[in-house]
Design a protein around this ligand. Structure first.
Ligand SMILES: Nc1ncnc2c1ncn2[C@@H]1O[C@H](COP(=O)(O)OP(=O)(O)OP(=O)(O)O)[C@@H](O)[C@H]1O
Ligand SMILES: [Mg+2]
Length: 465
């Protein structure tokens, strides 16, 4: 495409042309109106002057007849000025006046007309005049008029001023239009360039924000927020697949090796049975890990947001406490529940239940056996605009420095290695809290851990970003 073709296709060019046309038309209209009006005013004034002159002459004619009229016109014609006079005899000869030449037939038409003429004292140049012709009794004719030079001069000044103004509007409009639209569109071009690199795979690119807070800035900010989100989701996906590959490979390999070992070394039915039972146990654990990973992915993708409804958090807390009661008893810790309902909250009941189960499971797993009442306490309460689901225990707790770490996938503290688990419980609880626009808070229970799932009562605010 030629350079000109490219220019014509740009929005800059089109916008400039549109604005220029509008402005030029407007300027032309304004100046035209001005020119027409001044001309009209001039003409009206000339009419009035001529009429006054005619009235004066009529008076003279009435009092002294044609002789008197001729005298008066002779004396008036002698005075310098733009007024024009002529009186002719019935034969058409000039009797008095300062008009020397008129086009044929001008005197035959009584009334107003615009005509060319030459003066007696300057027969070389012709001028324009506005004249009024009268027929007098006896075949005499009288012409009274006024030179139009002044009117034409002013008219010409206005017209040439108008031409210059329109030319100036066009030049300034072109320059200004190009300048302003270029500035705006340069930013759009920069955005296009950045998005191209992003499309090509560099998700870390961000659009330039000028900091002026204008429409383009807001657009860039929103697109950046969108990119941020996409990048986070991609990273999450990447992590999940890495984690699956890495953390499920080890137990799978172990399971396979055990099965092989059993085939090779088992000495009887009892050995085979034992090996098969082990395999089933391990595949159950694997399935649990898989389910936990899928659930986290589901919570993090935000799809579960469509599945939200009002439910009673107190009832959920009581149900889970009841479910874990036997396990706590077996472990020798006292578990108590404080949940006066109903405490209505908007959310995904299944995921919230799972998150709370994970916290209770941890408490039982890591608590110190104790029959003190409320060694483990599960509470549901409503505070301000939030619903708080709290699980506190009397175990070793989690050191302050480790708290941000334990909510990551597969992170288990060193001292917990003796207990079974995959390190996904707290990740899921945190992901579920985030899904609801809330958070998972880990604090000290002195001694022990206090884990709180804080959810906004009305569910997640539909993200404004
Ligand atoms: N109540 C608690 N008291 C002390 N440490 C805890 C407690 N809850 C969690 N932790 C520590 O945080 C780590 C991560 O907990 P998380 O629930 O994510 O995994 P897990 O319990 O090890 O495994 P999973 O829950 O997947 O079976 C645990 O391994 C443990 O070290
Ligand atoms: Mg756990």
């Amino acid at each position: 495409m030629t350079a000109l073709g490219k220019l014509i296709r740009t929005t800059t060019f089109k916008l400039t042309i549109v604005y220029l046309t509008v402005f030029s038309l407007f300027a032309a209209f304004l100046l035209g109106y001005f020119a027409w009006n001044t001309r009209r005013l001039f003409t009206a004034q000339i009419n009035a002057t001529v009429d006054a002159e005619v009235n004066g002459l009529a008076e003279q004619y009435r009092s002294g007849g044609i002789r008197r009229l001729v005298q008066v016109i002779e004396s008036r014609s002698a005075q310098p000025g733009s007024n024009l006079y002529l009186v002719t005899s019935p034969a058409g000869e000039g009797l008095a006046g300062n008009v020397g030449y008129l086009p044929m037939g001008t005197l035959e038409k009584p009334g107003w007309s615009e005509t060319e003429y030459r003066r007696h004292d300057n027969p070389a140049t012709s001028h324009q005049a506005l004249v009024r012709v009268f027929e007098l009794p006896g075949g005499f004719r009288m012409l009274v008029g006024r030179d139009l030079d002044d009117r034409e001069k002013v008219h010409n000044i206005v017209i040439s001023a108008g031409r210059w103004s329109v030319a100036l509007v066009v030049v300034l409009g072109l320059a200004g239009g190009f300048f302003v639209t270029r500035r705006v569109l340069r930013r759009v071009d920069a955005m296009t360039e950045t998005t191209r690199t992003i499309v090509e795979g560099d998700l870390s690119g961000r659009l330039f924000v000028a900091g002026t807070g204008d429409e383009l800035d807001r657009l860039a900010e929103n697109l950046n927020a969108m990119l941020e989100r996409i990048e986070a989701l991609m990273r999450g996906l990447q992590e999940v697949s890495d984690n699956i590959a890495h953390d499920l490979k080890t137990p799978l390999t172990r399971m396979r090796n055990r099965a092989e070992e059993a085939l090779r070394a088992a000495k009887g039915e009892a050995d085979y049975r034992a090996a098969l039972e082990r395999t089933i146990e391990e595949s159950d654990a694997l399935m649990r890990t898989f389910n936990a990973l899928l659930m986290i992915a589901r919570a993090e993708s935000g799809h579960a947001r469509d599945d939200m409804a009002d439910f009673d958090a107190a009832e959920v807390a009581r149900g889970i406490a009841e479910l874990y009661e036997p396990l706590a008893e077996e472990k020798g810790v006292a578990l108590k529940v404080e949940a006066q309902g109903p405490i209505t909250v908007r959310g995904n009941r299944e995921l919230v239940s799972q998150a709370l189960s994970n916290l209770v499971d941890n408490a039982i797993k890591y608590a110190v056996p104790s029959t003190t009442e409320g060694a483990i306490a599960v509470t549901a309460a409503s505070e301000g605009g939030q619903v708080l689901l709290t699980v506190s225990d009397n175990g070793p707790g989690i050191p302050q420095a480790d708290r941000p770490r334990v909510v990551q996938r597969f992170v288990r503290l060193e001292r917990s290695r003796s207990q079974p688990g995959s390190g996904l419980g707290l990740s899921l609880a945190a992901a579920v809290a985030r899904l609801h626009g809330g958070e998972l808070i880990l604090t000290d229970n002195d001694p022990g851990l206090k884990a709180v799932i804080a959810l906004p009562r009305g569910g997640p605010v539909q993200s404004a970003a």
